[in-house]
Structure formats: structure tokens, C-alpha cells
Design a protein around this ligand. Structure first.
Ligand SMILES: C[S@@+](CC[C@H](N)C(=O)[O-])C[C@H]1O[C@@H](n2cnc3c(N)ncnc32)[C@H](O)[C@@H]1O
Length: 364
């Protein structure tokens, strides 16, 4: 270990968006371990951070084996976030809840100075959140720790994307709360020096309107002897998709910032004719002069959200989604089209992770 290094352990690491953010935030962060169940995501992580030991498998099994890294300063990670809000406390043994226990167990075993949890904004209203609060109480397993939480919007930290997330910053009670990073950007920049939001137009500047990387899609790599598609740089992911004539006609009729409500009657799907209200994002077209909506895991399907390119009659490509998430050019992706989309959509935007990392680095 060299002087000034801060050791980070990434749980539920995905492709490593949060790790990439920490590395971008300060060169002092060194990743000493990552745990990820999804094989393609773990392979991407390993290819992107070759010096970090990656455990491809369930966190439960990793804890059981007990080969945890030593001298961990910061634990980061977001246990999976599906279906928080509707669960009652009687579902305490629900698997997702167990994952929170695994996160807490890792904290007890590694005794970091700080920890960071990122999750969907609804997490702060979930039973799991209350469990976490209870665990840091006087009789809980995390009684040596305290934490604060806040909803942060990635766009406020220079991301070209509106993405609100619950962020918990925890600290050992011997230390002080590091605080949340101050926003650097705003929708309406004010006199106190904030910069204007970064826009989709700025993020996608110079990207060819015509996807041009279909020829690299057949590449194969091996992860633990298993063949998988890859490796791909973000730029390699500018892949085309085949659309029906009907879809292309629909896209052509939707202006920037528009959506399915702009379509003439003959281009409406029967279910849209019946439902004249509802999400304005279905079949929405992004605007060049604003940040994007939240990039989710099915951004390549225009029927799933506001994912039509501002100028081209198609959904954004995987490359464009990676740019909106802020992935650096040196990141590597492994997996099929759906797996890589999931890795991109699940990630913490790099500028948000970097802002959190800078805040923490000041404490060391
Ligand atoms: C929201 S994603 C994490 C994204 C990541 N923080 C990033 O910035 O790229 C959550 C990850 O948890 C993984 N996961 C789910 N259950 C798991 C388990 N039991 N053990 C390890 N990983 C698990 C999923 O495969 C998924 O990749």
C-alpha cells in the first residue's frame, strides 16, 4: 500500500459505474475488491479494473468463504432495488431484505471508516431503510456507525442526465460525518456560481447519427473459461437495431421533446387510443438542449421511455446511453446486447460517483 491510498470495496458492483466514479473523483482511491453475481457484469468489471480482485457470484457465498480484503477504508454499493415500496414488514425474510443483511455483515467484518449506499429514491421510504436505521441503533450490529441520507440528482453534479437517487453516507462514530457533495450545476444557474446543466446535445456531440459498429458485435472473450461477447469499449457499442416501417413512421412524426401524443390517429397503437392519459415518456424523443431522462435498463426500446434520439429516427444506442451515464473511454463491456444494456442502465452515473468520492477523499 502506498501513502495516501484509500481502499474501496464495491458490493453489488455491476459493471463498475460507481468504482469508475470513485476513480474519476480522486486518484487516491484504489479498488481492493468487488462482488457481483451477474457473470457478464462481473466480466466487464474485471476487464475494466484488471488490478481489482472480482468475486463473480453471490455475496452470500463470498461472505461464507470469508476471503474478504483487509484494510478496507470505504465500502460502497447498492443492493438491488426492485419492489421496495410495497413490501410489508411481514416480508422480513424476503430475499432482497437478506441482501441488506449481507451488506451490514460486510461492514461489521471489514470495519471501514465510511460507507456509501446508492439506491432508487423510493428506498428511503422502504422497510429495508427502517431496518438499516434500527441496525445502527444502540443494540444493532452497526451500532458503531451512523449515517445520513439525501436524494441527489446526478444532473446537479454535471451528469447530462436527470437521475434522482437515495444516497446514504455512513461513518464510524469515531469520525465526523463527511457531508454530502454540494451541487455544481443547476437547471437555472444562479449568481452563486453554478454551471448550467450539461445537455444531451453536449454529451452526444460528434457521435455519428448512423450507428457504425455492427461489425465488432461478433467478438468473443473468455471469463473464467466461459466464452462471452466482448470486450467492447463504449465507442464499440454504437450498434444499429432493425425497426419496422410502422415504428420508423412513428419516430418521424415525433418532434424533439414530443411523445406518442404527437402521433396522428393512423399511427397510434390500439392501447394508446384507449389510454389518452399516462406517461408522457412512452415513445418520447429526447431534447438536445436538456439533460436526458433517467437511463434505465431497456433504453434501446422507445416504447419503454423517452429514449428516441433527439435528431435520428431511432432509439439511442448502447454507446449513447454509456455517454449519458458518463462512462470513460477506457471502460470495457462484456455480454450480449441485453446484458450490456442492464449494466449501463443499472450504473451510478460517473459524475455523481465522482462527486461523492471527492467529498470522502477530503476526510483522509
Ligand atoms: C444496481 S446494480 C449495481 C450497479 C453498480 N453500483 C454500478 O454503478 O455499476 C445491482 C447489482 O447487484 C447484483 N446482485 C444482485 N443480487 C446479488 C447477490 N446476491 N450477490 C451479488 N450481487 C448481486 C446484480 O447482478 C446487479 O448487477
Amino acid at each position: 500500500m502506498s501513502d495516501g491510498e484509500i481502499h474501496v470495496l464495491d458490493l453489488f458492483a455491476g459493471t463498475g459505474g460507481l468504482t469508475a466514479g470513485f476513480h474519476a473523483g480522486s486518484a487516491r482511491f484504489r479498488s481492493v475488491g468487488a462482488v457481483e453475481m451477474d457473470r457478464a457484469a462481473a466480466a466487464s468489471y474485471a476487464a475494466s479494473f484488471p488490478e481489482t480482485p472480482v468475486s463473480p457470484g453471490r455475496i452470500e457465498d463470498w461472505l461464507e468463504r470469508g476471503d474478504l480484503p483487509k484494510n478496507v477504508d470505504v465500502v460502497v454499493g447498492g443492493p438491488p432495488c426492485q419492489g421496495f415500496s410495497t413490501l410489508g414488514r411481514q416480508d422480513a425474510e424476503d430475499e432482497r431484505n437478506t441482501l441488506w443483511r449481507q451488506y451490514a455483515r460486510t461492514l461489521v467484518l471489514t470495519q471501514p471508516k465510511y460507507f456509501v449506499v446508492e439506491n432508487v429514491a423510493a428506498f428511503a421510504r422502504s422497510p429495508q431503510y427502517l431496518d438499516f436505521v434500527a441496525e445502527t441503533g444502540p443494540t444493532g450490529s452497526l451500532r458503531d456507525y451512523a449515517f445520513q441520507h439525501r436524494i441527489l440528482n446526478a444532473a446537479d453534479y454535471g451528469s447530462p442526465q436527470l437521475r434522482k437517487r437515495a444516497v446514504l453516507i455512513g461513518y464510524h462514530r469515531d469520525l465526523e460525518f463527511p457531508g454530502f457533495p454540494e451541487p455544481t450545476h443547476a437547471a437555472e444557474p444562479t449568481l452563486n456560481g453554478l454551471k448550467p446543466y450539461v445537455t444531451v446535445g453536449q454529451a452526444l456531440k460528434g457521435v455519428p447519427l448512423e450507428p457504425d459498429k455492427d461489425d465488432v458485435r461478433d467478438r468473443v472473450t473468455h471469463f473464467h473459461s466461459i466464452p462471452m461477447p466482448g470486450e467492447f469499449s463504449p465507442r464499440d457499442l454504437h450498434w444499429s437495431r432493425t425497426y419496422t416501417m410502422l415504428s420508423r413512421n412513428r419516430f418521424a412524426n415525433i418532434p424533439e421533446g414530443g411523445n406518442r401524443f404527437d402521433l396522428p390517429a393512423d399511427l397510434l397503437a390500439p392501447c394508446w387510443v384507449k389510454h389518452k392519459t399516462g406517461s408522457g415518456d412512452v415513445m418520447g424523443r429526447l431534447r438536445s438542449d436538456r439533460p436526458s431522462v433517467t437511463i434505465r435498463t431497456e433504453f434501446f426500446k422507445p416504447e419503454k421511455g423517452r429514449y428516441i434520439h433527439p435528431k435520428a429516427d431511432r432509439a439511442i444506442t448502447h454507446y449513447e446511453a454509456a455517454l449519458l451515464q458518463g462512462f470513460p473511454t477506457e471502460h470495457r463491456f462484456i455480454g450480449n446486447r441485453g446484458e450490456i444494456a442492464r449494466q449501463i442502465g443499472n450504473a451510478v452515473p460517473i459524475p455523481l460517483g465522482a462527486a461523492i468520492a471527492r467529498q470522502l477523499a477530503k476526510q483522509f
